[in-house]
Write a protein of this length. Structure first.
Length: 235
């Protein structure tokens, strides 16, 4: 039976042996077929870990915004019965906050075995290290771009956080980190705890949790143009 391997990709520039188990690396080096969110970054990932198959002989299907279920089914059907394939994201774990879930759904529908490999997920790593509520949490992806819509949404999430004691998790485009940080400090209550987790698993990793009032005194951390996760929990 063909296996769809869900293979995590690093969150930044750090050695693969820090974030990908040896068994997963060994499997990945043998695969000839992949579905990837970005073919260029997928080739860079494969070059980093090394492959037993020449890169030019590896098939990589790009999962685009307009990829249809029919496209995905054709990719899966093209894999020989004696071969497996891998699913990779641009960064982190595939199918979590990632369009790869569409591929996994089609794999299940076609009776393929789905095998997830452990690896870095910024959502899980940030939550683990935040000291916030790990029993109840919600990941929202990106907040609205327009300031008034963003601020209204942050207040709504804070209200839910307070009522349900639920950690709220979101991301932002790296160049907009400061704008998001400022919005959190201007919008949330003084006692709400905010965690800023940047460059997870990398040499310049930074994970800091403080109340809004404390953040106002210390100012923003060094997260300029760095992949950053924002988490908060209202008391």
């Amino acid at each position: 039976m063909t296996i769809l391997h869900l293979i995590p990709v690093g969150l930044g520039e750090s050695a693969p042996d820090r974030w990908l188990p040896q068994a997963a690396r060994e499997i990945t080096t043998q695969l000839r077929y992949f579905v990837a969110e970005n073919a260029k970054s997928a080739r860079a990932f494969l070059k980093l870990i090394g492959t037993q198959v020449p890169l030019q002989d590896i098939t990589i299907h790009t999962l685009k915004a307009d990829s249809t279920p029919q496209d995905i089914r054709s990719w899966l059907d093209a894999v020989p019965a004696d071969q497996d394939l891998g699913l990779v994201s641009e960064a982190g774990c595939p199918a979590v906050a990632d369009p790869g879930a569409l591929v996994v759904a089609q794999a299940h529908a076609r009776g393929l075995r789905v095998l997830p490999w452990t690896g870095p997920s910024s959502i899980m790593l940030g939550l683990m290290a935040s000291g916030l509520q790990g029993q109840r949490f919600a990941f929202h992806g990106y907040a609205p771009v327009k300031a008034h819509e963003r601020d209204a949404q942050l207040r709504a999430w804070e209200s839910v956080s307070h009522k349900q004691q639920q950690t709220q998790i979101l991301i932002e485009t790296p160049y907009r980190n400061k704008a998001m940080f400022d919005a959190l400090l201007q919008t949330l209550r003084d006692t709400t705890r905010v965690c800023v987790a940047s460059s997870l698993t990398c040499a310049d990793e930074s994970i800091l949790t403080r109340t809004v009032a404390q953040w106002r005194k210390t100012g923003a951390p060094d997260f300029d143009k760095k992949p950053t996760l924002f988490l908060f929990l209202a008391s």
